[in-house]
Design a protein around this ligand. Sequence first.
Ligand SMILES: Cc1cc2nc3c(=O)[nH]c(=O)nc-3n(C[C@H](O)[C@H](O)[C@H](O)COP(=O)(O)O)c2cc1C
Length: 369
Amino acid sequence: MTLHSRVCDILGIDYPIVLAGMGGASGPELAAAVSNAGGLGVLGAAACGPKQLREWIQRTRALTDKPFGVDTLLPASVRRARDLGASGPTPADQLSDLQTFARDFMAQEGLGSPDAVGHRQMRDTDEPPLFTAEFFDAQMEVVIEERVPVYASGLGNPGPWMEQLRANGTKVMAVVGAVRHAIQVKSSGLDIIVAQGHDGGGHNSPIGTLALIPQVVDAVGDTPVLGAGGIVDGRGVAAAFMLGAEGVWVGSAFLASKEANIFDFQKQAIVDATEEGTVISRSVTGKPARIIRSKWTDLWSRSGRDPLPMPYQGMVAGPVMAAANRDHRGDINPGFAGQGIGMIRSVRPAAEIFRDLVTGAERALARGR
Ligand SMILES: Cc1cc2nc3c(=O)[nH]c(=O)nc-3n(C[C@H](O)[C@H](O)[C@H](O)COP(=O)(O)O)c2cc1C
């Protein structure tokens, strides 16, 4: 039997397997490899400034002539750049207290001072500050100008941008973690809804994948659903189909690929981890995210501190993560990943991972009938 659904026709792809937009990790090489294999590669552009985003889109176009997508975040409530640092719900002293906490941790771990560490820059200094309203708007302007084949909002509702996206012929998807969000985004008239459950890597839902997918499928009527969260092999793809999904949105399985834009020590952390290796932590971005357990997540949970909202928590954790990257410290920044990583045994080319997902799913579905 061949793995095929309406999603293939909507997106113009051979198999309904979509590379999840993983911020920074799903770069042009990985996205193009998945698209070239017959799926849809989606750029994880959440933290890309507008210039970097345009470059990524252009590089992806140079690497594949197949459809691809761009994933960014569209949070419902965000700060404007001019309000950063203003007093209010996040007073400057709270930020500086947590920055001291982070600096103490770095000293204890023998990491260089944050000032000496360069972040892996994804935005130019003359561009709007990360995760402000102006930043998200500037990203969307590039998505629209570049007429990308597919746009996915990893967080929030693409509704306000639908008219312009539609005028370009861009197909639109949104990632949700609850039925009420699925109903909200469906009202914007998008093409595909991604139901991402608690098992998944990165920002995620409190609802488990097995329970979430069928409830979203039932709630959204004729809009096709991709299942996500903890799907790492063909059995997971087949299970998503059994739950009513018409395709899958796969992240972590592709993190341990040669093409993934993460550090080798992070790929090794995935290979080494078991199914117990991840935790939900707000220590990195301020929002609950599934991440490989580390000294930083442990310290944060022991400290009992409340994280700051986006984008402030990133200003606390960013220098720690950057220093850990510089020093190749997998014990401090192993990265976001889902619970399925216990099944990952080695780092392989993305095309091979993709082929195994397809053949494994076809086998499992044939067995299940
Ligand atoms: C390293 C990493 C980064 C992620 N960054 C984003 C992101 O920027 N935007 C987004 O929509 N989802 C992001 N996610 C969530 C993925 O899009 C996807 O929903 C998740 O990986 C699915 O679960 P899985 O990892 O078990 O396959 C990220 C996930 C990981 C593992």
